[in-house]
Write a protein that binds this ligand. Structure first.
Ligand SMILES: [Fe+2]
Length: 323
């Protein structure tokens, strides 16, 4: 049976200064900066920055809230997404290892798990990432002066959720979201959906002694992970399915301008979002100019000057080069 959830949609994390974050994702990792907007929730003015692959496809989308200006830090721990993983061709892992060495990015040695080689590395705010060697990912990366097509990251491979207990989180992934457990290696458990592989994989890591991390927005943690569904109709069905299983804290359907979303807290503590896939990033700027200007949803447009005047200035270096 084909599951209504297609796999990962986006990952959203709190980071430090906005320009440092842009430099990391757009220049060090070489993702395409595809949107400059703001956090839609609450009153605090905070940027919301989006990075993706060449075609801004869902399942490649990293989004960040730069919280340094507001001075709010989050606390890492269990009950959070611990690692966010990208794919790139296996032969590129040495390029990435050497690039992290050269640029002074904190990183580990190339290691192997579930038969796949990977390079772990860290965002300046302390977020953990890795690049997983995967030659079966057909998505196209964004190419920069320093990162060729053969080395470019394609999009997400997976996220690794840290949980103090496996069983109820495994039940959520399988019964609520439709994943299947497909392997275990030490403290790691692998779950895949539909055909599995890139963007269709989730890992749990069993960390019974790690205290719970914070649930708030703030610098230094992943706030939530989003899973894709085709459209609003499927989104409503998945929400009803979650509620029918007893996950009655599934939120109302929220308008995120580029998609519509439902949020649900999973038993291990990780906030999960289910998001529609039929709107996309080209609704308020053309595909070839994504990320070139500060954009607000229609309901915040009347407050544009008030909001943006409180935010630090930022530059998208990819757009500057196009000019
Ligand atoms: Fe989200």
């Amino acid at each position: 049976m084909v599951q209504p959830i297609s796999g990962l949609h986006h990952v959203t994390s709190g980071v430090g200064p906005a320009q440092e974050d842009i430099s990391f994702f757009a220049e060090v990792i070489g993702q395409r900066m595809v949107k400059q907007t703001v956090l839609f929730d609450g009153d605090l003015p905070i940027y919301h920055l989006y990075y993706a692959n060449r075609h801004a496809e869902l399942g490649t989308v990293m989004t960040t809230f730069p919280y340094r200006q507001a001075g709010i830090k989050a606390r890492k721990g269990s009950g959070q997404v611990k690692v966010t993983s990208y794919t790139a061709p296996e032969a590129s892992l040495e390029f990435w290892f050497n690039r992290f060495e050269k640029l002074g990015v904190e990183h580990g040695d190339i290691e192997e798990r579930f038969g796949q080689k990977r390079v772990p590395f860290m965002h300046p705010s302390g977020l953990e990432f890795e690049i997983v060697g995967d030659d079966n990912d057909p998505r196209e990366g964004w190419v920069t002066e320093e990162i060729t097509e053969e080395n470019a990251v394609r999009g997400f491979h997976s996220v690794t959720m840290s949980v103090r207990e496996i069983s109820e989180q495994a039940r959520f992934l399988t019964e609520a979201l439709g994943y299947k457990m497909t392997g275990q290696e030490g403290d790691y458990y692998r779950f895949e959906i539909n055909e599995g592989g890139a963007a269709k994989t989730i890992f749990l890591i069993h960390e019974p002694n790690v205290p719970s991390g914070s649930w708030t927005f703030g610098e230094g943690t992943v706030h939530h992970v989003a899973f894709g569904v085709e459209n609003d109709e499927v989104l409503a069905k998945v929400k009803a399915h979650l509620e029918g299983l007893g996950y009655t804290d599934a939120s109302d359907i929220k308008d995120r301008n580029y998609f519509h979303s439902v949020y649900v807290r999973s038993p291990g503590g990780i906030l999960c979002e289910i998001a529609s896939s039929d709107i996309g990033f080209a609704i308020d700027e053309p595909m070839e100019r994504l990320g070139s200007q500060k954009l607000l949803p229609p309901w915040l447009e009347p407050r544009r000057e008030e909001i943006l005047s409180q935010l630090e200035p930022i530059v998208n270096p990819q757009i500057q080069k196009v000019k």
